[in-house]
Design a protein around this ligand. Structure first.
Ligand code: UDP
Ligand code: MG
Length: 312
């Protein structure tokens, strides 16, 4: 029996590239020895993305689409796609041609004949990206690999082929604050990495602002590491030690030399500095607490407004 591969494609305002994506992808998959299904997830697009999906679904029965009631973010879109895919293998792909469909045969070969469980891709270079973004991205990957026990590769894309058992374990991680790069690393499995040259978007514009990326990286750190909490406890301990040493020092100086400390400026500076450190540490705690709060509410990850197939 032929394997079935689900192509999961999150789309947010992608009316320019979606037809190109579909045309280019079917050229590749029609030559492959497997059955395919498309799972397009319209992440609350404000343009005509949904019209294109309806059109594609009408002419090709392999096309399925799920349209969200609003923009829930790429993480939610990927999760919805994984939850509703029926294939033996699932592949997550961006709709902007930055994840070249031409790699699909190589990926399928690796999982079928080379003994790997899953195939992931990473960018060799960050060409075409603003330098400041590359700089922060590199720093982020260095940091997160140091402080978390999930292996997160620099330049890793979400473009992956995963077996059913891996998809099921990812679905089982139903956390509300999702950081997929961490989740993929966390579930493990024997992974083959395929590097490729960064490709520029075929059309349209990127949906990630610097600020959105910054918040996403914070999510990554808080979700996959408790290091910030430990660091704040250490800051507390260090400050206690310094204050004990300081107290003894000034006490002895006063008794031995009758030399009182003068000046309120130093006191004021100290108080504001320590106040700042305290607020910072409470803020760190708050980051974890806020996420716990959202988790305990147990809200759905996404709401589907329209689909051509029944929800699984
Ligand atoms: N995307 C999404 N929801 C969002 C933002 C992005 O579904 O809120 C999709 C987008 O349509 C694209 C993929 O995620 O298919 C990657 O987005 P983009 O190409 O803008 O990111 P970049 O490649 O610049 O990192
Ligand atoms: Mg892109």
């Amino acid at each position: 029996m032929r394997d079935k591969i689900s192509l999961i494609v999150p789309c947010y305002n992608e009316q320019e590239v979606l037809p190109i994506f579909y045309e280019e992808t079917i050229k590749v998959i029609d030559k492959m020895d497997a059955d395919f299904e498309f799972i397009f997830v319209d992440d609350g697009s404000k343009d005509n993305t949904i019209l294109i999906m309806r059109e594609l679904a009408a002419k090709d029965e392999r096309v399925n689409y799920y349209s969200f009631s609003r923009n829930f973010g790429k993480e939610a879109a990927m999760y919805a796609g994984l939850c509703n895919a029926t294939g033996d293998w699932c592949v997550i792909m961006d709709s902007d041609m930055q994840d070249p469909p031409s790699l699909l045969p190589e990926m399928y070969h690796a999982v079928k004949h080379e003994g790997y469980d899953t195939v992931a891709t990473c960018r060799e270079t960050r060409a075409g990206e603003p330098p400041i973004r590359s700089f922060f991205a590199r720093k982020f990957y260095k940091l997160i690999n140091k402080i978390s026990d999930s292996d997160i590769k620099d330049g890793a894309r979400d473009f992956r082929m995963m077996p059913r058992k891996m998809v099921d374990s990812i679905i089982a991680m139903g956390e509300y604050n999702r950081f997929s790069k961490g989740i993929f690393g966390w579930v493990g499995f024997k992974t083959k990495w395929i590097p490729y040259e960064n490709v520029e978007r075929a059309a349209g514009t990127t949906k990630w602002s610097f600020w959105k990326l910054f918040k996403y990286s914070l999510d990554g750190i808080v979700n996959f590491s408790s290091a910030p909490l430990h660091i704040s406890s250490w800051i507390g301990i260090i400050f206690c030690i310094i204050s004990v040493i300081g107290t003894i020092f000034f006490f002895v100086r006063r008794l031995a030399f009758g030399d009182p400390v003068t000046g309120w400026a130093s006191t004021a500076c100290l108080i504001t500095f320590i106040g700042g450190v305290q607020l910072f540490c409470i803020g760190v705690l708050g980051q974890y607490l806020a996420r716990m709060y959202l988790e305990t509410k147990n809200r759905p990850q996404y709401i589907i407004r329209e689909s051509n197939r029944k929800e699984k």
